[in-house]
Design a protein around this ligand. Structure first.
Ligand code: ATP
Length: 577
């Protein structure tokens, strides 16, 4: 049973146990709620009997039942507390664990995953789905199981009490359940589709927020909001259609359930007139019948919600299956040479991007990756830092395969300066300090000076304390890039991965960044994605990548003399400059 809960609802072992306890306590609570009715009848039975017999015990009977009622009240209160604790407190604890485990899954996903995968989808799974699941587990799941067991127990008791009237009470249940089950696959499909539509809408909104500048700059506001409105219209129409269709079926099954009470009234009256049952039995059945359908209806409503839960749980299971990156925490490479050995690689879409790539980037050398756009240069740089795991071959650092090293441990040895600099909405000082969180103010300023930041920072109103806005929006492109270089200088990692994207900068900014880079790369293993031939000519080794394979490899001089792709690129760039 526990294993079943674990698999079906993606729970931890403890979570499955807690759910089981919650169900048991809800059953006890449901049954205890029937107790006042039974007690009431017992009282009426005795009291009326005593009244009719003019017995003197009436007063004692009232006191006895008053004490019993009080005792039941206390017992129900205690049961209620246990039920609340098991169904709510424990389930919220499980939910907190679930969120942490999802976050842990995210932490273990390949870093590059976050570049492509929609963040809206991931955050929806962690926050929204986890909240919905939490609600359903505390409010619905225990109630469904408990209702089924409670109604079964009550049914058996009633059957033994009077089987003929019990048939009048329960004949409607299988009919209503049958109609309800007919809608199950309809509801399942509807929930899955609804979930997809909602996800698309949140992705669209996220996209709008991310590219608000571009949308404005290219005057796309109208077409963007039209597209969003169309999606919202689809959602509305789909929800109305689904509600009408499913609502019709569900109401039909409720109507059938309600037929139970008239059945008992009529059939009971018949049995009464035939003298087969007494008035007391008739009344007991009438009152119990009036109550017994409520848990069944509640269970049906909850069951409908549960179908929605499946969609969300499947989404979580999907996330659990994503490729995780694990590895050793302990790593002391004997040197910082990075070696690619016959590496094949494809992204998740399966299209092969790199084919049999082999080269070594030696410690103390600058290794430049050059080649036509889309050839695979950035992919190689990202693979060198284990942003993704490769399909074939090996990538080693200091002779050890990086696929065996925990990514967080590995990244301690890297400073990465890519084109798309990410800055945080805090002070310049904090943004630089990201490179080394315990750096002193002096160290931060030293790195800023080396990265040619000090001058522009001093001109800002609050200097290093100046808040730079979302992703550094208050800074120029060159300034943002120099801050990211300062960060890398502060980190002082032995390996530098650098996307030298300075082509679009003005001459002054470019030369400033050049001198900052010169400082950064001194005596390190440097892999640079080079766009300008000036940098390339100073490199120790050039690797020319075209269509995912190494077209040429050698020193600048060797490649110039070879008169191949590199020499053509060199000439083209000189002609254009
Ligand atoms: N996350 C990704 N998922 C799927 N394909 C990708 C992903 N990133 C890159 N690609 C594809 O891999 C190929 C190589 O891309 P990459 O960015 O490595 O090339 P590049 O040589 O650095 O190009 P550029 O000089 O234009 O930056 C391209 O065809 C690109 O479309």
């Amino acid at each position: 049973m526990l294993k079943y809960f674990q698999n079906k609802y993606a729970l931890s072992e403890k979570g499955a146990k807690d759910l089981f306890h919650a169900i048991i306590w809800t059953i006890i609570m449901d049954i205890s709620f029937m107790a006042p009715v039974i007690l009431g009848f017992k009282f009426l039975d005795e009291y009326m009997g005593e009244l009719l017999n003019s017995s003197s015990a009436t007063q004692r009977t009232i006191s006895y039942y008053a004490v019993m009622s009080l005792a039941f009240f206390v017992v129900m209160l205690v049961i209620g507390l246990f039920q609340y604790n098991s169904a709510y407190t424990k389930i919220y604890e499980e939910s907190a664990k679930r969120r942490i485990s999802l976050a842990e899954t995210l932490r273990r996903l390949p870093l590059a995953f976050f570049g492509k995968k929609d963040i809206a989808d991931l955050s929806a799974t962690i926050m929204d789905d986890a909240t919905q699941i939490e609600m359903l587990f505390s409010h619905s799941v225990p109630q469904i199981y408990a209702a089924a067991v409670t109604v079964f127990i009550m049914g058996v008791m009633m059957f033994f009490y009077n089987w003929q009237l019990s048939i009048a009470v329960f004949w409607v249940v299988p009919v209503a359940a049958f109609i309800f089950i007919l809608t199950k696959s309809l509801q399942k499909n509807m929930h899955a589709k609804l979930y997809d539509i909602k996800r698309d809408i949140s992705e669209k909104i996220q996209e709008g927020l991310d590219s608000a500048h571009e949308i404005k700059a290219y005057n796309r506001e109208e077409s963007f909001s039209n597209a969003l409105n169309t999606q919202l219209d689809t959602l509305e129409k789909f929800m109305i259609k689904g509600e009408l269709l499913i609502g019709a079926f569900i109401n039909l099954s409720y109507v059938f359930l309600k037929l139970g009470l008239p059945s008992v009234i009529l059939y009971g009256a018949y049995l009464l007139t035939q003298g087969e049952i007494g008035i007391f039995t008739y009344l007991v059945f009438l009152i119990v019948t009036a109550r017994i359908y409520n848990p069944i209806m509640e269970a049906m409503e909850n069951f409908a919600l549960l179908l929605f839960l499946n969609v969300r749980i499947n989404r979580m299971k999907e996330m659990d299956k994503m490729p995780r990156q694990d590895g050793r925490d302990k790593f002391n490479p004997k040197n910082y040479d990075i070696e690619f050995k016959n590496v094949d690689f494809s992204y998740q879409d399966g299209k092969q991007i790199l084919n049999n790539v082999s080269f070594t980037a030696r410690q103390g050398d600058v290794t430049a990756l050059v080649g036509p756009s889309g050839g695979g240069k950035s992919t190689i740089a990202k693979l060198a830092a284990r942003f993704w795991d490769i399909d074939k071959g090996a990538i080693t650092l200091g002779g050890e395969e990086i696929s065996q090293i925990d990514p967080e441990t590995l990244l301690q040895y890297y400073s990465i300066v890519f084109q798309d600099v990410t800055l945080f909405n805090s002070s310049i000082q904090d943004n630089i300090r990201l490179g080394k969180k315990d750096a002193t103010d002096e160290e931060v300023i030293r790195a800023a000076k080396l990265a040619q930041c000090h001058e522009f920072v001093n001109k800002l109103p609050q200097g290093y304390e100046t808040l730079i806005g979302e992703n550094g929006e208050k800074l120029s492109g060159g300034e943002r890039q120099r801050i990211s270089i300062a960060r890398a200088i502060l980190k002082d990692a032995p390996i530098i991965l650098l996307d030298e994207a300075t082509a679009s900068l003005d001459a002054e900014n470019e030369s400033k960044i050049q001198s900052a880079l010169g400082e950064l790369v001194r005596n390190k293993t440097v892999v640079i994605i080079a766009h300008r031939m000036r940098t390339v000519l100073g490199a120790d080794k050039i690797v020319v990548i075209k269509d995912g394979v190494i077209a040429e490899i050698g020193t600048p001089l060797e490649l110039k003399e070879k008169q191949g792709l590199f020499s053509t690129m060199l000439k083209t760039q000189y002609q254009n400059s």
